[in-house]
Design a protein around this ligand. Structure first.
Ligand code: PDD
Length: 283
C-alpha cells in the first residue's frame, strides 16, 4: 500500500505521523471517503469541495489547489494494483504540544494523509435483500455537517447496532430521524421520498445528493423535511445511502428487542429504480 503524505507518496511502513498530531490527540481534523470504479473516481469534485468546506468550517487553512489534490489522488489510485476501491483522505490541523488552544502556534501546518483500500464489488447481496437497522438515540454533537475525524458517537452507536445483529444504526433526536451512523436515510411514502434536510444535524452526503438528482430526473416527488420514528415504521420503503455502503434497502427496524418490518419487508420498487439509475451513473 502506498500513502500520500502531504505531497509525497511513501510506503505504508514509512508513512509515520507524529503522536502530537492534533488529529491523534483531539480528533482535530476532517476526512473524506471516495469510491472508485474501474480506476475512475465517482463524484470526485463534490467530495473535494466538501473536504475544503469541512476544513473551512473548523478554521483549518486549506491552501491546496483542488486540481493539484485531484491529480495527486489520481496518481495514488494508479499506484494500486486493483481497479475498484475507495480512497480515505484525512486532514488534521497539525502537530504541536497538546493544548486545546492552537491559535498561538506559529508553525502549525495541516497534515494530509490518504491511502486506498480495495473493494471489488458493490454490496450486491445487501442491495437486493436489504438490511436490518437498529434505532437508537443520536448521541452525536450539533455540527454533524462537518465530516469530523471525531467519530466516537458514530462508533458507539454502530457497535451497539452490530451487537444487536443489525447492519446500521438509524439515529433519532427526540423522535425525529436524522441519519444513520455512517449513512443518510430516506423513506418512501405514497411514491414521495423524504429525507432530513441538510442542516447541522446531518452530513450532507454526496450519495444523498446523487439520489436527489436521480429522483428529479425520474420525476419522483422529494421532500427534504424531518420525519418521525412513526413515519419510518409506517413507510412503504426505506433505504440508506453512502459512498461505500451504496444504496441499501432497510427492510426491518429493530427497536429495543422488537423488530418492525418496513413496507412489505423486502426491497421496494422505488428503491430498486433508484439503485438501477445509480448503477447507470457508475457504469
Ligand atoms: N460515511 N452520514 C454520515 C454520518 C456519514 O459518515 C456518511 C459517510 C454519510 C454518507 O455520505 P456520502 O454519501 O458522502 O458517503 C452520511 C463515510 C463513508 C465513512 O465514515 O466511512
Amino acid at each position: 500500500t502506498k500513502v500520500l503524505l502531504n505531497n509525497r507518496i511513501v510506503d505504508l511502513k514509512s508513512a509515520n505521523v507524529n503522536i502530537l498530531d492534533r488529529g491523534y490527540q483531539f480528533g482535530d481534523g476532517v476526512y473524506e471517503v471516495i469510491r472508485f470504479f474501474n480506476k475512475s473516481y465517482f463524484e470526485l469534485d463534490a467530495h473535494l469541495i466538501r473536504l475544503k468546506e469541512s476544513c473551512e468550517k473548523i478554521l483549518i487553512p486549506f491552501k491546496m489547489h483542488l486540481k493539484k489534490l485531484e491529480s495527486d489522488l489520481v496518481y495514488l489510485m494508479n499506484t494500486c494494483d486493483y481497479d475498484n476501491g475507495y480512497v480515505y483522505i484525512q486532514i488534521s490541523r497539525g502537530v504541536m504540544n497538546r493544548n486545546h488552544i492552537y491559535q498561538d502556534e506559529v508553525n502549525l501546518k495541516p497534515q494530509l494523509v490518504a491511502y486506498t483500500v480495495r473493494e471489488d464489488h458493490r454490496p450486491l447481496q445487501q442491495m437486493e435483500k436489504g438490511i436490518t437497522a437498529y434505532l437508537t438515540n443520536d448521541i452525536r454533537w450539533l455540527r454533524c455537517d462537518i465530516k469530523s475525524l471525531n467519530l466516537l458517537g458514530s462508533v458507539l452507536v454502530k457497535n451497539e447496532a452490530y451487537a444487536k445483529g443489525a447492519k446500521e444504526a438509524i439515529l433519532h433526536r427526540d423522535g425525529i430521524i436524522t441519519e444513520g451512523s455512517a449513512t443518510n436515510v430516506f423513506i418512501v411514502k405514497s411514491s414521495t421520498l423524504f429525507t432530513h434536510p441538510a442542516n447541522h444535524l446531518i452530513l450532507n452526503g454526496i450519495t444523498r445528493k446523487v439520489v436527489l438528482e436521480i429522483a428529479k430526473k425520474e420525476k419522483l416527488e422529494v421532500k427534504e423535511i424531518p420525519f418521525s420514528i412513526d413515519e419510518l415504521l409506517n413507510a412503504d420503503e426505506a433505504f440508506t445511502t453512502a459512498s461505500v455502503s451504496d444504496i441499501l434497502p432497510v427492510t426491518s427496524v429493530l427497536i429495543d428487542e422488537k423488530s418492525y418490518s418496513i413496507g412489505l419487508g423486502k426491497r421496494g420498487e422505488i428503491t430498486k429504480r433508484i439503485q438501477d439509475s445509480y448503477t447507470n451513473l457508475i457504469d
